[in-house]
Write a protein that binds this ligand. Structure first.
Ligand code: HH2
Length: 292
């Protein structure tokens, strides 16, 4: 299993860590301040072992105001330019086709869209950029009002059907399946129990046949379970991350890279065949990024 990105193929036989860089003043767990602060965070994430960076310029927390294309790009461009030189793939977290276009022209490896390419023109931008990756995420409505739409008969079936339909539409538009990863959208138009059901039954989403990217980091569902405020959710975030990879998630979108990388080392040590051990079948070592 791999994810085709603009400059590489990301080997997903081992789970990967995506470091969050919010170039925003108002993200739910705090923004990065100035562009130089955001670049410093990119560097810190890479030093801590991030496999990918995800740059966003518009908060999607419940109630967040929209940020237009020009303002998103003003926030993103200097950070993206620097991040692209750090030696790891960079995705841009946006739903705005104009921002996708500019980011891909500058060399971004992937687009991460919480609206799953539903804005007019978004599918066409990705179809034009032959190799760039895309993450399609489940959400209902818009961040400002999405929590009013957190009503489901069977949330897992709804999310699965939505992701299957968005993937089919993307493929029909000319986006190859190996460019796509899928995300259930933890906390997006979901009450805590909905998000927890998506973790409990994550295998039903993995059955869609594309890698799963999940973002549990500091989310409110973890606050509901632990009673802790946003910046006290590290242990809960790491626990959810490990459970998610144990149930087949391929990419973890996180704020706390170093802690997640350590937790994954323990998970891997406990679950992987050892070289020369009884289950070692030989072959290539997982975890390599293969240049295009
Ligand atoms: N969560 C957030 C933003 N983008 N993208 C994907 N694919 N999956 C997620 O779960 C996800 C996402 C919200 O987290 P954060 O970026 O930290 O906050 P904000 O949107 O307030 O900037």
């Amino acid at each position: 299993m791999f994810w085709q990105l603009a400059r590489s193929r990301l080997d997903l036989r081992t789970p990967r860590v995506m470091g969050i860089v919010n170039c925003t003043p108002d993200s739910f767990s705090g923004g990065s301040g100035s562009p130089s602060d955001a670049v410093a965070l990119c560097e810190a994430h890479v030093a801590a072992g991030a496999d990918l960076l995800d740059l966003g310029a518009e908060s999607t927390r419940p109630g967040a105001p929209p940020v237009d294309e020009a303002d998103q790009w003003r926030r993103l461009e200097p950070v993206l330019r620097a991040a692209l030189g750090l030696g790891c793939p960079v995705s841009v977290d946006t739903s705005e086709p104009g921002v996708m276009q500019r980011a891909l022209e500058l060399g971004a490896d992937a687009v991460n869209d919480v609206r799953a390419l539903r804005r007019p023109g978004a599918l066409a931008v990705l179809a034009r950029h032959g190799a760039a990756g895309v993450c399609l995420m489940h959400m209902r409505g818009e961040p400002a009002t999405m929590q009013q739409q957190a009503r489901y008969g069977d949330v897992v079936a709804d999310v699965r059907d939505f992701l299957a339909a968005r993937m089919a539409e993307a493929v029909a538009a000319g986006i190859a399946p190996e460019r796509i990863v899928l995300d259930p959208g933890i906390g997006f138009a979901k009450a805590a129990d909905h998000s927890l059901a998506l973790l409990a039954r994550q295998a039903e989403l993995a059955a869609l046949g594309r890698p799963l990217l999940v973002g549990w980091s500091r989310k409110s569902a973890l606050g509901a379970v632990t009673g802790r405020a946003v910046h006290e959710r590290l242990a809960a975030s790491v626990a959810a991350a490990v459970l998610a990879v144990d149930r087949g998630a391929a990419i973890l979108r996180v704020h706390d890279v170093a802690a997640t990388v350590d937790a994954l080392r323990v998970w891997r040590a406990a679950t992987s065949p050892r070289p020369g051990g009884p289950q070692d079948a030989g072959g290539a070592a997982p975890g390599e990024t293969i240049p295009v």
